[in-house]
Design a protein around this ligand. Structure first.
Ligand code: DP6
Length: 331
């Protein structure tokens, strides 16, 4: 008789206000700096995992499609962490994952994906790891995934030396105030430099990287009290400046590169115009051309409308603060 251990989990994506951009230990995904993010409700991943004693290898379906060897191998390496902890190194699994992102978004996120998979494995194997410990596992799938296990504002502590357990994510504050993030989705045809490659290249070749750890430390120290005080202007200014410093480092890398596209700059110009009209709106950008705008939830529709002359309605999505990752009801 084969034995099956299964569970389903949902994790939401997160966007960093103070960015993670560089690893001090690539194998363990230990970051150069701490970082701080906001979990969002609009984009999430649902993942079911079924550990089955009758399987002779892992199987991975994403969005209903059986995945190739390379993608399955990434999932297998991640499952190994949980198999080892459970003391069942040969217990293979079928993983079924669905990303819920608006069509045309190109926003499929490794953060929500690995957080959902970590949650599902923990539950299926009855490991009973708490969110903090589980975040150290999620981190080893993708650094930013550590933060997607928690809701609201989340801090990922850089930790000490090569000590994996010391680098975990922790809820910093709820985001239960008048807050939203408007996503301006810019379709891209340009070749993608993924975040893993981009941060390594920046770390190794950008002369400005030497300044980054100190800047992040200062930004973190300033943004935390502003979050607690619900001071959107201060939070927004610090977050925008932090993102600009990250992107400036990529331009100064050798060879230089940027995630910005002409349409990204157009979107940023609209944000600055909104500010000139007295509407608080602040830019952040990650390893892609999309522009995200931190703003008041009560003004999100006004901000969305400001993008309408230039961007299609399906290119502008309003997200609100999102919850911690959680189990999916059994069907
Ligand atoms: C710009 O977490 O995707 O979004 O750890 O190599 O998988 P890996 O990188 P990833 O990097 C995220 C970079 C960022 C900033 C952030 O989320 O903090």
């Amino acid at each position: 008789m084969n034995e099956i251990h299964s569970a389903g989990y949902r994790a939401h994506t997160n966007i960093a206000l103070i960015k993670y951009w560089g690893k001090r230990n690539k194998e363990l995904f230990l970051p150069v700096t701490s970082s701080l993010s906001l979990t969002l409700d609009a984009f999430y991943t649902d993942t079911h995992v079924e550990f089955d004693t009758s399987l002779t290898g892992d199987v991975f379906y994403l969005g209903g499609e059986l995945q190739n060897e390379a993608n399955t191998a990434k999932v297998s390496r991640f499952l190994d962490l949980f198999r080892e902890t459970a003391g069942k190194p040969n217990l293979y699994a079928k993983v079924t994952s669905v990303n819920h992102v608006p069509t045309a978004a190109g926003l499929a996120s490794s953060a929500s994906a690995f957080a959902a998979l970590a949650g599902a494995c923990n539950l299926a194997l009855d490991l009973q790891l708490d969110a903090q410990t589980l975040s150290t596992y999620a981190r080893q799938g993708s650094g930013s995934a550590s933060r997607s296990l928690l809701g609201g504002f989340v801090e990922w502590h850089k930790g000490e030396g090569d000590e994996s357990a010391s680098s975990y994510a922790e809820a910093f504050d709820d985001a239960d105030w008048d807050l939203a993030m408007v996503f301006v989705i810019i379709n891209r045809n340009a070749k993608k430099i993924d975040s893993r490659l981009g941060m390594e290249h920046t770390n190794q070749t950008s002369p400005f990287y030497a300044l980054w750890p100190k800047e992040v430390e200062k930004d973190l120290a300033m943004i935390k009290p502003a979050i607690k005080a619900h001071d959107l202007d201060t939070v927004g200014q610090i977050a925008e400046h932090n993102a600009m410093k990250m992107h400036a480092m990529t331009i100064a890398a050798k060879p230089s590169f940027t995630y910005w596209e002409p349409a990204s700059i157009e979107a940023m110009t609209i944000v600055r115009e909104l500010r000139e009209q007295g509407i608080p709106a602040y830019i952040t950008m990650d390893a892609g051309p999309n522009v995200k705008v931190l703003c008041r939830a009560s003004q999100a529709e006004t901000i969305k409308a400001a993008f309408a002359p230039r961007f299609g309605a399906d290119q502008v999505v309003i997200a609100k603060p999102g919850p911690a990752a959680h189990p999916l009801e059994k069907e």
